[in-house]
Design a binder for this molecule. Structure first.
Ligand SMILES: Nc1ncnc2c1ncn2[C@@H]1O[C@H](COP(=O)(O)OP(=O)(O)OP(=O)(O)O)[C@@H](O)[C@H]1O
Ligand SMILES: [Mg+2]
Length: 317
């Protein structure tokens, strides 16, 4: 099925400092799998440019690659893909990786409907037929051999479905494969990301790799301010400073005083929302941080983190 792509102004859609005439191809209206717009989402200029460049390159036939977004937990990988798609009205078929994800989970399977046996498309087939994005979250959890089934598609070839009488599906324009993962496909040397697999090198060779780290402090403050506008700016700045210190301790784990939990942007947002909610309570920052993070930490770690909060945020914490 062909979609009618229209040109959207990047400046208007993504609120980025780019020339007025910079355009990106999207659809005129949302479709059935267009993610909802998160009006508070803030786009990073470089990452957005990379993703738009990849999308444009695929649409024009300049390349056939997929895109692999790698970065720590809760840094905004999935949100970036969904929010770019949301603004461009693109449809995203999504699947979550797991070790036993089978080709049939992606391609589809035979199913009994009434007295008939029909082939039901999986997310990959749906995306290929319609020219939509396929987003595989946590792709490095999948058994490497299963994803190798994507190699032909990543070379611009068709999807062949033996279960459906050998049907050949040539991907419609707009189709693309995006993977998010905590690793760059080399396995996990840190021991943090249990169950991640070393991916097949020939598979990884077919991807652009984008590194999505936690936003720099100024941007993360903006993200939090947008999500919890009732919190005073000075408090939000301190919260991001606390997150920075805990991340440093976490990154140094194994080389001294270690903490086994850290602040993702997701956790920081949760802390801000709870702190806003409980801001009338005594010690609202400590109270909300327990619920957002430290109740799942070892007691010594929790104490160390609350110590940082006390030191940086003072008595009102
Ligand atoms: N730039 C941003 N602006 C606003 N919110 C953001 C931004 N980046 C991330 N977030 C929010 O942070 C949270 C975590 O993001 P997301 O789920 O995309 O992380 P992830 O990298 O996919 O994590 P995981 O590795 O656990 O899958 C989401 O609620 C998302 O909306
Ligand atoms: Mg994710």
């Amino acid at each position: 099925m062909q979609q009618n792509f229209v040109q959207h102004s990047i400046k208007a859609l993504f609120a980025l400092p780019v020339p007025e005439n910079a355009k990106a191809s999207g659809l005129a209206a949302p479709g059935p799998l267009t993610p909802p717009v998160d009006p508070r989402y803030l786009f990073d200029k470089d990452l957005t440019a990379d993703l738009l460049c990849w999308h444009q390159g695929r649409l024009t036939g300049a390349h056939r690659d997929g895109v692999w977004l790698a970065g720590p937990m809760g840094s905004g990988k999935t949100a970036l893909v969904n929010q770019v798609a949301a603004r461009l009205n693109l449809n995203v078929a999504q699947v979550n990786g797991k070790r036993r994800l089978e080709t049939a989970d992606l391609v589809g399977h035979l199913t009994a409907v009434g007295g008939d046996v029909l082939f039901e498309d999986g997310p990959l087939t749906t995306a290929a037929r319609n020219g939509w994005w396929l987003l595989v979250n946590e792709a490095d959890l999948v058994e490497p051999g299963e994803l190798a089934g994507l190699n032909t598609l990543l070379e611009g070839g068709p999807l062949v479905i033996p279960e459906n009488g050998g049907e050949v599906v040539w991907p419609a324009p707009g189709f693309g494969i995006l993977c998010t993962a905590n690793t760059v496909g080399l396995g996990d040397g840190s021991g943090l990301y249990a169950a991640t697999q070393r991916m097949n090198a020939a598979l990884m060779d077919r991807f652009w790799v984008l590194a999505v780290d936690y936003p720099p402090p100024a941007r993360e403050i903006e993200v939090l301010r947008a999500a919890a506008p009732a919190l005073p700016a000075a408090i939000v700045e301190k919260m991001v400073e606390v997150a920075g210190e805990v991340r440093k301790l976490f990154a140094a784990a194994g080389e001294g005083p270690a903490v086994e939990v850290t602040f993702s942007t997701r956790t920081l947002l949760r802390w801000a929302l709870l702190a806003q909610r409980f801001r009338g309570a005594p010690q609202p920052l400590d109270y909300s941080l327990r619920r957002a993070l430290t109740n799942r930490a070892e007691p010594e770690t929790a104490e160390a983190i609350h110590g940082i909060v006390q030191r940086l945020c003072g008595g009102g914490a």
